[in-house]
Ligand binder design. Structure first.
Ligand SMILES: [Zn+2]
Ligand SMILES: [Zn+2]
Length: 202
C-alpha cells in the first residue's frame, strides 16, 4: 500500500488529475454556496476573500512548513525533492484537495453560515488551483505577460536562495514578512536549467 501511494504521488496521471480535482472542488464549493445562500453577491465576495486568504496560506506553508526546521521532516524532504527535480510530477494524492477543502468547510461552519463557509473554501480551492497551474507553467513555458515573467524569475531565485521569495502567485507576503529579495542579473545566471521550454522550430 505504501509503495502504491509513493508511486502514485510521483506519477504524471495523479499530478494532472490533482489539478482537475482542485478546479472542480472550487466549482462545487462555489455552487454549494450559491445554492444555500440567499445572496449571490455575498457568495461571490466571500469566494474572492477565499482566493486572497489562500495566497497567505501559500506563503505560510511554503515558508514555515517546507523551509523551516521542525520535527515533521516529511514536509521538508518532500519539498526538497522539488528543489532538486523541478520537472518531477510530485503531488498529493489527487483526492486530497477535496478532502482538505471539506475539512476546512466543516471547521468554518462553526463560526459562520454554511453558505459563507462553502464560498470561502471554494475561493481557497481556486487559489490552490491557480498556484498549481502557475508553478507548473513557470517551469515549462515562457510567460507572455510581464507580471508572470517577473513572478517566474522571482520563483527561480527562490530555487537558488531557498529562504527567500516564497510566493508563487504573489510577492506580497514576502514583502510583509521580510523575505523579499530583489535579484540581480548575476542571480539569474544558470536559471535555464530550471525551465523546460520547448524551442520553436525555425
Ligand atoms: Zn519550483
Ligand atoms: Zn521552496
Amino acid at each position: 500500500m505504501k509503495d502504491f501511494i509513493l508511486k502514485m504521488t510521483a506519477s504524471k496521471w495523479n499530478y494532472y488529475l490533482s489539478l482537475c480535482v482542485d478546479f472542480l472542488t472550487a466549482v462545487v464549493f462555489l455552487g454549494l454556496s450559491i445554492y444555500y445562500s440567499t445572496d449571490i453577491w455575498a457568495s461571490l465576495g466571500l469566494f474572492i476573500v477565499g482566493v486572497i486568504f489562500f495566497t497567505f496560506l501559500e506563503y505560510a506553508v511554503h515558508a514555515w512548513l517546507f523551509h523551516k526546521n521542525h520535527p515533521f521532516k516529511v514536509f521538508i524532504e518532500g519539498h526538497a525533492h522539488h528543489h532538486q527535480n523541478p520537472f518531477s510530477y510530485d503531488a498529493m494524492p489527487f483526492f486530497m484537495s477535496a478532502v482538505i477543502a471539506s475539512f476546512f468547510a466543516w471547521l468554518f461552519h462553526f463560526f459562520m453560515p454554511s453558505s459563507d463557509a462553502f464560498a470561502i473554501v471554494g475561493g481557497m480551492a481556486l487559489g490552490y488551483f491557480n498556484y498549481g497551474i502557475m508553478h507548473h507553467i513557470m517551469h515549462r513555458r515562457e510567460f507572455a505577460s510581464n507580471y508572470w515573467r517577473y513572478m517566474q524569475e522571482f520563483h527561480f531565485v527562490h530555487h537558488k536562495k531557498p529562504l527567500l521569495n516564497h510566493g508563487i502567485t504573489t510577492d506580497i507576503w514576502d514583502r510583509v514578512f521580510g523575505t523579499y529579495y530583489q535579484w540581480t542579473e548575476e542571480d539569474l545566471k544558470g536559471i535555464e536549467k530550471l525551465k523546460r521550454v520547448k524551442k520553436k522550430a525555425s
